[in-house]
Write a protein that binds this ligand. Structure first.
Ligand code: CU
Length: 142
């Protein structure tokens, strides 16, 4: 995971607990790292490069979108947008990621940049037939 080191500041520990709670709640019964959209229509696996995500340096993500929890059926005819936000600071990224569709429900996302330490939300918005649903995770950047 991205938040392995224990921090000295109490509010950060609280934030980490909250963060872990979110991740666990989102991934109950699933293989680690599988994110479901809120309606469980799509299941998302992602890998960042570098991993873990660096502070204030560009990173890229390879995202795979599936139609089933077991990840046997790649999602077809979808569009993906990716965004990063800091909910506690009410701001997003200063860069606009460039997303390239690969084969079999895979996408390459370049130009991501988390410019501050703290809690980030990573959003994967998947659109098919004009309807958009979101899978998301929380990342603590130290
Ligand atoms: Cu911020």
């Amino acid at each position: 995971m991205f938040h392995s080191r224990i921090h000295q500041k109490p509010w950060l520990i609280l934030a980490m607990l909250w963060c872990c709670g979110q991740v666990c709640a989102a991934s109950t019964g699933e293989a680690p790292g599988v994110l479901a959209t809120s309606d469980e229509q799509f299941f998302v696996v992602f890998e960042t490069d570098p991993n873990p995500i660096p502070q204030n340096a560009p990173f890229s993500i390879v995202v795979s979108v599936y139609e089933d929890r077991e990840r046997t059926r790649s999602a077809k005819d979808i569009e993906l947008t990716v965004d990063g936000r800091m909910p506690q600071h009410r701001h997003g990224m200063n860069t606009t990621p460039v997303i390239k569709a690969l084969d079999n429900g895979k996408f390459e996302v370049q130009g991501m940049l988390f410019h501050m330490v703290g809690l980030w939300q990573l959003h994967f918005d998947i659109t098919r037939d004009g309807e958009t649903v979101r899978a998301q995770t929380t990342i603590l950047l130290e």
